[in-house]
Design a protein around this ligand. Structure first.
Ligand SMILES: [Zn+2]
Length: 250
């Protein structure tokens, strides 16, 4: 799609013909620059790579369950729907697995995002809670951690992950207003594994900005019913899409 000054619309065939013959050099130049800018820009997100990581099964297991569905199923369904949406917007999408039950370690998930040169590694999960807690939360690495003798992520990845999460969270909150509560923007340290290691395993091995989203509290039947409904799933996909676009806008 061509983007450029409105005046371009008012050019007629004669103008273009004159320009082609070199009679209107300014016009030739402006057409050239329009063409170049259209080729370079395409859609605003063209060629930006997003790695979507539907959580589980991994070395930490199968994840949580609700009464009607599993974390694996919810994460995979949202991931495939989000991938289609992002591709339609011009993003290049890389998935960390190609089958719902494919087991991929958290280290390997990060390595896939690294190899793809992703602008963002988005990790999709669902939470479990003993209480009637409801809603979504975002996690990002705030300091390096250590696992398998490897220390990471690097300071620049910590900075870019924090920046991405801080742009994503308000965009998602706004998109989900009146539909699903926001449970906060948190450090990896707020998770059990993050507290033990200093950061989540997927963060430690990540060389690209990474954010983990606990989309709903799946053990809360209200959240489970919501994410299983077409309306809820689409609302989550829209919120993630808005969050990603906010994070990658700059
Ligand atoms: Zn999980």
């Amino acid at each position: 799609m061509l983007t450029g000054p409105n005046s371009f619309r008012y050019l007629n065939g004669d103008d273009l013909e004159s320009a082609m013959r070199g009679k209107l050099p300014w016009l030739t130049l402006s057409i050239l620059s329009l063409t170049q800018s259209a080729m370079a820009q395409g859609t605003p997100y063209e060629h930006r790579v997003v790695c979507i990581d539907p959580g589980h099964p991994s070395e930490v297991g199968l994840g949580t369950h609700g009464k009607r569905t599993s974390e694996i199923e919810v994460a995979y369904r949202v991931a495939t729907s989000l991938a289609a949406r992002l591709r339609a917007e011009g993003f290049v999408v890389v998935m960390t697995k190609h089958d719902m039950m494919e087991k991929v370690t958290n280290r390997r998930r990060a390595e896939i995002a690294n190899a793809a040169g992703a602008s963002l590694l988005l990790r999709l999960h669902c939470d479990a809670a003993a209480s009637t807690l409801s809603g979504f939360a975002l996690y990002y690495p705030s300091q390096p951690g250590v696992t398998h003798g490897v220390r990471g992520p690097a300071q620049d990845v910590i900075r870019s992950s924090a920046k991405a999460a801080k742009l994503m969270y308000p965009a998602m909150t706004k998109s989900l207003e009146g539909k699903l509560p926001s449970q906060g923007l948190k450090s990896d340290l707020a998770t059990a594994i993050g507290k033990k290691q200093g950061a989540l395993t997927g963060s430690i091995f990540s060389k690209v900005p990474t954010v983990l989203v606990e989309m709903v509290v799946l053990t809360n039947p209200k959240d489970e019913d919501w994410i299983l409904s077409d309306e809820g799933q689409q609302a989550m996909v829209s919120a993630l899409d808005a969050g990603i676009r906010a994070a990658l806008e700059h």
